[in-house]
Design a protein around this ligand. Structure first.
Ligand SMILES: Nc1ncnc2c1ncn2[C@@H]1O[C@H](COP(=O)(O)OP(=O)(O)OP(=O)(O)O)[C@@H](O)[C@H]1O
Length: 219
């Protein structure tokens, strides 16, 4: 679904922080992306989300070389990719419901066409009682789940999550992992960037390990 061939990345005139990355995120696959702090996990996620271009090599998404895409092509491809940022990026002046519905509203869908889907998804992530709360009143784990619901509302083919358990306690981290696994069972490819070995050790999943600018893959 997303394929990297000999991808390298440097910021400005600095050294190459990622070198010779060749791998594929396959349809319906589940993987962790890990490595020490500063190894380039967030940068790699940004390239997967088409928010950052590689300085060399090729990235293709759904069979199309990203370098050949025009700015007009980007929104329709990005819509197939859900992302949960490390700092959530919820809008504080909107409620949980409005935050989750936002990607659909921005697309011009009428509220009547999506209201029930938004309510169902918020209930699925366990936030039914916080539906009309402002994000400022949510706990870290609740914000995390609201951000996950927003990433999922447009039914992406792939979900990217940056440190999704960074702000929650171990029981909530296990709950979130179950949520990602269930999502994966329903057909979404999942990439979770994490330092959290306790989390990774809970399941036998593929690991993409970044270290000193290189990628090692443990299938
Ligand atoms: N916009 C930027 N401009 C210049 N350098 C950057 C930029 N973003 C990241 N870097 C550098 O690239 C390297 C990789 O950063 P990145 O945030 O991708 O790593 P990470 O593995 O996600 O780290 P962490 O686990 O601490 O979040 C670091 O050395 C960082 O300082």
């Amino acid at each position: 679904m997303i394929k990297f061939d000999n991808v390298g990345l440097r910021y400005d005139a600095g050294r190459e922080i990622l070198s010779d990355l060749s791998f594929e995120i396959r349809k319906q696959s589940f993987q962790f992306l890990t490595g020490p702090s500063g190894a380039g996990k967030s940068s790699l996620l940004r390239m997967l989300f088409l928010a950052l271009k590689p300085t060399r090599g090729t990235i293709s998404v759904l069979g199309r070389d990203v370098a050949s895409l025009s700015r007009r092509d980007l929104p329709s491809i990005r819509r197939r990719i859900g992302i949960v940022f490390q700092d959530f990026r919820l809008l504080d002046h909107l409620t949980t419901y409005e935050n989750v519905a936002l990607p659909l509203r921005v697309r011009g869908r009428s509220e009547a066409s999506y209201r029930q889907d938004v309510v169902d998804l918020i209930e699925w992530v366990g936030l039914g009682s916080r539906m009309h709360a402002s994000p400022v009143t949510l706990s870290g784990g609740e914000k995390q789940r609201a951000a996950i619901a927003r990433a999922l509302i447009d039914q992406p083919d792939i979900l990217l999550a940056d440190e999704p358990t960074g702000n929650v306690d171990p029981p909530m981290a296990r709950r979130l992992l179950r949520l990602f696994l269930e999502l994966n069972r329903t057909g979404t490819a999942v990439v979770i960037a994490t330092h959290d070995f306790t989390l990774m050790d809970q399941i036998a999943a593929r690991r993409l390990i970044l270290n000193e600018s290189r990628l090692e893959i443990h299938d």
